[in-house]
Design a protein around this ligand. Structure first.
Ligand code: PLP
Length: 397
């Protein structure tokens, strides 16, 4: 069959960008308007208040930058630290790796701690390192709530405890790019000083906004921080945002989209959003087990509810599975990155999704694996996920 045009929607199952609900697409379909008009703050001011609820912070300051998550990493660093400052960062996947790389290029002295790809932040090791730092030279700990490359969720509460146990004043920076809005994020409870997210994952928007929440402690650190900052200067934003404006032209349609995204999240209810992500993820994990395969996450405690990286058997190329899924079945699966390239394919299960959508992705992944010769039993993953979804359906009637 020629596949010059595959009818129907593309099945988008990469772990970001995620599906954009039609109502959010419609909300972004707006004419241009004056971002300095007296009316503009009616749109913007509630966004900051609502975002604080998503980050679960009372005292934090929310920021919306026209950037992707990577810009948020940079903003976190340049607004709070000085050249040569020491920070701890653990590498256990492509995104932890990239954050380290960015921090070094900006001029930080990064204490790099390599962990196995498939585990998350090692709180004990952080505690030991901080305890050994008697002069408090370490200024920040970088943690990654959800490592998207390996499908691993870290225990940020445990990282907080490690810092407290060491009685160390280091700030805690958390990458929540693939968790905020999909997994419970507790900024105040965890004492997170800078939380970084992006618009294209749990917020169900296109890429283009770096969404952040910053503690008062981190804002204070900014008063003496010497790294250069201009475009991402927190203070410029605080000043303008206070009255509902931005220091430069904001990405207007994305702000309308964000308003609708927050409506969508709050209408479902954040707790239900998190429960749904867990439920959908359980179905995917049941499918992986039924295929006789393993997730990249080394132990159940690391399992991510937003993305599962599935390890293909030795001798098979995961990139081939992804290619066939895309070309033959119009299904976009996430690629294996860096160390796990060719070894894993990923099913993103975050954002605007339900059970049948997931079953479609599982069926497509199963067909693509069979097509490349991976010996899974046809229908086994779908049946296992169906059993999970039928046992406790999302919509109880
Ligand atoms: N951090 C994590 C955990 C990510 O998954 C990503 C992107 O997928 C990033 C950071 C980088 O974000 P962006 O691609 O929006 O710059």
């Amino acid at each position: 069959m020629s596949n010059s045009r595959i009818p129907g929607r593309n099945f988008l199952f990469v772990p970001g960008p995620t599906n954009i609900p039609d109502r959010i697409l419609r909300a972004m379909h707006v004419v241009s308007e004056d971002h300095r008009s007296p009316k503009f703050p009616e749109l913007t001011l509630p966004l900051f208040t609502q975002l604080k609820k998503v980050f679960k912070t009372e005292s934090g300051q929310a920021f919306i930058f026209p950037a992707s998550g990577t810009g948020g990493w940079e903003a976190a660093i340049t607004n709070t630290l000085s050249p040569g400052d020491k920070v701890i960062a653990q590498r256990f996947g492509q995104f932890t790796h990239l954050w380290i790389d960015l921090a070094k290029r900006i001029g930080l002295d990064v204490i790099e701690q390599d962990e196995e790809w498939g585990v998350g932040n090692n709180a004990e090791r952080i505690e030991e390192t901080l305890k050994a730092d008697k002069n408090h030279e370490i200024k920040a700990v970088f943690a990654t709530h959800n490592e998207t490359a390996t499908g691993v969720t870290s225990d940020i509460g445990a990282v907080r405890k490690a810092i407290d146990n060491a009685k160390h004043p280091a700030m805690l920076f958390v990458d929540g790019v693939s968790s905020v809005g999909s997994l419970d994020f507790k900024q105040d409870e965890w004492g997170v000083d800078v939380a970084v997210s992006g618009s294209q994952k749990g917020f169900m928007l296109p890429a283009g906004l770096a969404i952040m929440s910053v503690s008062q402690k981190a804002l204070q650190a900014g008063e003496t921080a010497k790294l250069h900052r201009a475009y991402f200067d927190f203070q410029d934003h605080i000043k303008a945002n206070a009255t509902g404006y931005f220091p430069y032209t904001p990405a207007l349609p994305l702000l309308y989209g964000l308003r609708e995204s927050l409506n969508v999240l709050f209408e479902e209810g954040l707790d239900q959003v998190y429960a749904r992500h867990h439920h959908l993820a359980e179905g995917v994990r049941a499918a992986v087990a039924a295929w006789g395969l393993k997730p990249c996450a080394k132990e159940a405690k690391w399992n991510s509810d937003t993305v599962t990286a599935i390890v293909v058997p030795e001798g098979f190329d995961a990139a081939k599975v992804i290619e066939i899924a895309y070309k033959r079945y119009n299904l976009a699966l996430g690629a294996g990155l860096n160390k796990v390239a060719g070894k894993v394919f990923r099913i993103g299960h975050l954002g605007d999704l339900n059970e049948l959508m997931l079953l479609g992705a599982i069926a497509g992944a199963e067909m693509a694996m069979l097509d490349v010769g991976i010996p899974v039993t046809a229908g086994s993953g779908v049946a296992a996920a169906q059993a999970v979804y039928r046992a406790n359906p999302l919509l109880q009637v």
